[in-house]
Design a protein around this ligand. Sequence first.
Ligand SMILES: [Zn+2]
Length: 225
Amino acid sequence: MSSTKDSKADGASTEARVRAASRMHLEADDDHAPEHAPEFESVVHRMLELIGEDPDREGLLKTPLRVAKSLTWLTRGYDMDVHDVVNDAVFEEPHSSMVMVRDIELYSMCEHHMLPFFGKAHIAYIPDNKIVGLSKLPRIVEVFARRLQVQERLTEEIATAIQDVLNPKGVGVVIEAYHLCMMMRGVQKQNSQTVTSAVRGIFRNDARTREEFLYLAHGHTPTVR
Ligand SMILES: [Zn+2]
């Protein structure tokens, strides 16, 4: 994904925090994936035959194993739980202004075609005496992104999870993503980005708060590609 950002001045500190959070997230994220079922490999072997390939040629010999492993890893969110991920990183804090983490990298797979969609999530909340470690927000995204998804549901699930964990005054989530099922299959759809948002609490009820959030989520976003 080459959606490099050009905005420098505004939100620089936010971006630094985002980068740090993403890095922590990567470090914390081990390789562990659930074991795949034994028949997974034979199913992939059969799929190779069905698309007209010779599964026994050298380059494909280990492909069933690789696909079984990678698909299992890419869908490991089914075995993850938000409360485990957040663990003890919720803190009492009288902070009552908006907290926002922008540009959380996101990789998921559409449930209609089992092809990737990828992009960025922007998450904001207004605490009600409880805050969460910033590095946990990308990890919450991961719990729901690493499943077969539709972008709309993914957005809602992230918002609901943050609402459940923190019971904040409000939550807002925006996801901007590119869907390979559109880009690879269609013609002239290569640049269409899908944007979804979900709001809870004061983000829903108070127009000014919602506008501030949407401005922060979209306002500084340079056109991506
Ligand atoms: Zn799709």
